[in-house]
Each structure stands twice: as C-alpha cells, then as structure tokens.
Write a protein that binds this ligand. Structure first.
Ligand code: SF4
Ligand code: SF4
Length: 335
C-alpha cells in the first residue's frame, strides 16, 4: 500500500525544481550558514544534534561520521537500505572545559570536556598530505532535494513528498510513524530522527522564505558569497548557466542514484612542490579524491576554470568568471 502510494508520489513531478550551486573555491569554512540554519530551524527539543546545514572538511569523516560509507540510495533502480547513524556518529553535544581553564588554573587551551569523543566537524581543518603539499577543502552540505529521493521511496507511511511548486522534499510530520526507514535510505545522511518528538525532520529548503521571494538562509547569509540558488531549468539564472551551459557545477556522489539537486564547483588547488622546491604539474588535492566525490568530469572542470581565470588575467572577458565572481548578490539568487 505504502509502496504504491510512494510510486504515485514519485510520478507527480514538480512544476519547477529548486537547485543550489556552491563554489568550493569561495567557501571559507566560516560556518555562518551552519549557524544561521541552526538558529532558524533546529533549536527546539530533541534537535541539539541536528544540523540541517553543515560545512565539513575533506578529506574527512564528515557529518554524520562516515556518511559516505553508510549506504542507501538506489542501485540498478532498486532502493538500498543503508545504515542508521548512531547519536555518537552525529556527535553527542558537549561543553568546553571553560571552568577548568578560566577559573581552576588548568594549563593549555580550552578543550572539549573529557567524555567528548566525536562531534560535528571534529576533524575540521585537519586535511591530509605532507608539508608543503598539505591540502583540504570545505564542503557545505544539506539535503539535496533529490529528483528521486530515496527517503521518499523508503517511507512506509507515505509521509514524505516533493512540493509541486519547487521540488523541495518535505516530511508531513502528522503522517510520520517514526520508523526510521528514510534515515537508513538517504545516502547523504541528510534526514534525522528526533528522539523527543519521534518524527523525521530535515531541511525544508527555507520554503517559507522562498514563498516571500527571499533566498534560503544558507544562501543569504553566506559570507564567502559561495552559494547560488535558482531553478534547475532556468537558463537565465546563474544556477542554470553553471550547471547546463558551462557544465562546471557537479553533483556529489551521483552514483548514489537519487539525482541530487545540490551542485558543487570543485576546488582548484595549488600545484605541488617537489623536494627541490620546484612547482610540479600535479595539483595538491588528488584527482582521485575529486573524481570519487564529484564524478569523472571533475578534473575537466578544474581545467576549464583555470583556462577562464587565465583569460581574465590577460584582460579578456570571461562569462564564467563573471558568473562565479557574482558582482551583485542578485546575480546569485534567481527565485
Ligand atoms: S538528500 Fe536524502 S533526505 Fe534529502 S531528498 Fe535526497 S534522499 Fe531525501
Ligand atoms: S557561509 Fe558561505 S563561506 Fe561560510 S561556510 Fe557557509 S558556504 Fe562557506
């Protein structure tokens, strides 16, 4: 019964599909988007561990821990039920030991309380590589408002649907029976189970703001001006041009099969230094890592960006650079 209704829901394609693009060359990892989202949507009971938007460091374990290995999504068109992240995987909220350091004379910097073993962004700014060729990059993540959402297909209570007007994936909490199948099925770890209210919760794409013609808070608050929002097929929007015309915005782990609508401009890293201090032709972030995350075209995209940057250095015009610089905020938001 649930499966049949889910198939009907899936056939009801939205009139328009919201899409996000983040330029990973501009994200400075300030977590302003994370905090803005947290303050706006998840400061209620049972939501301490929930970050609908979070900026993780890669290479790294991410949030929830090891989400890239949790499973879920679709394989050969069939729904995959993955692992259920534990509260420890999200990170049990902890306090910093301010009392010890500030009032009891304990030496050293302020650290998490001793029982804390993991938390969101525990490995922030850690990265990999050996000096002088160390590397890392920031990856802002939230629900992808997928075209084929595994969470929707998995829901036995038919509580998840895509909004007709914008394709945003939402949970009808009156229908949710708290069976956690959506949490297991989402391969991105982007839907949560609130242990207090006993229902599923997730990013709502700030639809109440969209309905007023305003950008979602993660886009509007972005200090690095790294995030763009618009409708997928709007070729007048920066989002449409970056995805379809310039083809430099790529989905994350498209092999998970859910057709995510959050896209990323992969990070161009500096070239490695040899032992002799010569600059080599190998970029610091390994091609293999970027291909694993953003697919086989990742390196071609880096080359396109470098070519267009070079044009600008020579004083020539580049539509792509203008799009990525986004001279006014209005150019980043087409809703
Ligand atoms: S990212 Fe996960 S929670 Fe969001 S729509 Fe896709 S499958 Fe559902
Ligand atoms: S606010 Fe913008 S620059 Fe800061 S972490 Fe978020 S996406 Fe990156």
């Amino acid at each position: 019964m649930g499966q049949t209704k889910n198939s009907e829901l899936k056939r009801m394609q939205p009139d328009k599909q919201i899409a996000f693009v983040t330029d990973l060359n501009k994200c400075i990892g300030c977590q302003t988007c994370t905090v803005a989202c947290k303050k706006m949507w998840t400061s209620g009971d049972g939501q301490d561990f929930e970050y609908w938007m979070n900026v993780e460091t890669h290479p790294g374990k991410g949030y929830p821990k090891d989400w890239q290995k949790k499973g879920g999504g679709f394989k050969d068109g069939k729904l995959q039920i993955g692992l259920l992240p534990t509260l420890e995987d999200y990170g049990i909220p902890f306090q910093f030991d301010y009392t010890g350091r500030l009032f009891e004379g304990k030496p050293g910097p302020v650290t998490p309380s001793p029982e804390a073993k993991w938390g969101p962004n525990w490995d922030e700014d850690t990265g990999a590589g050996m000096y002088p060729n160390t590397y890392y990059f920031y990856l802002p993540r939230m629900c992808n408002h997928c075209t084929d959402p595994a969470c929707l297909t998995a829901c036995p209570s038919v509580a998840i649907y895509k909004r007709k007007e914008d394709g945003i994936v939402v949970v009808n909490q009156d229908l949710c029976s708290g069976q956690l199948e959506c949490v297991k099925a989402c391969p991105y770890g982007a839907i949560f189970f609130n242990p207090t209210t006993k229902v599923a919760e997730k990013c709502i794409g700030c639809f109440p703001m969209l309905e007023k013609g305003k950008a979602p808070i993660c886009v509007g608050s972005c200090v690095g001006r790294a995030r763009f929002v618009g409708y997928l097929d709007d070729m007048n929007s920066a989002v449409g041009k970056l995805i379809h015309k310039w083809k430099v915005a790529l989905p994350l782990h498209s092999e998970f099969g859910t057709q995510p609508n959050e896209y990323f401009i992969p990070p161009v890293s500096p070239y490695k230094e040899s032992k002799e201090g010569e600059i080599t032709s190998e970029r610091r972030i390994p091609d293999s890592l970027l291909k694993e995350m953003f697919g086989p075209r990742a390196i071609e995209v880096l080359d396109i960006i470098e070519m267009e940057r070079e044009k600008r250095r020579k004083g020539q015009r580049s539509e792509l650079m203008d799009l990525l610089i986004a001279h006014t905020n209005r150019e980043m938001i087409s809703i």
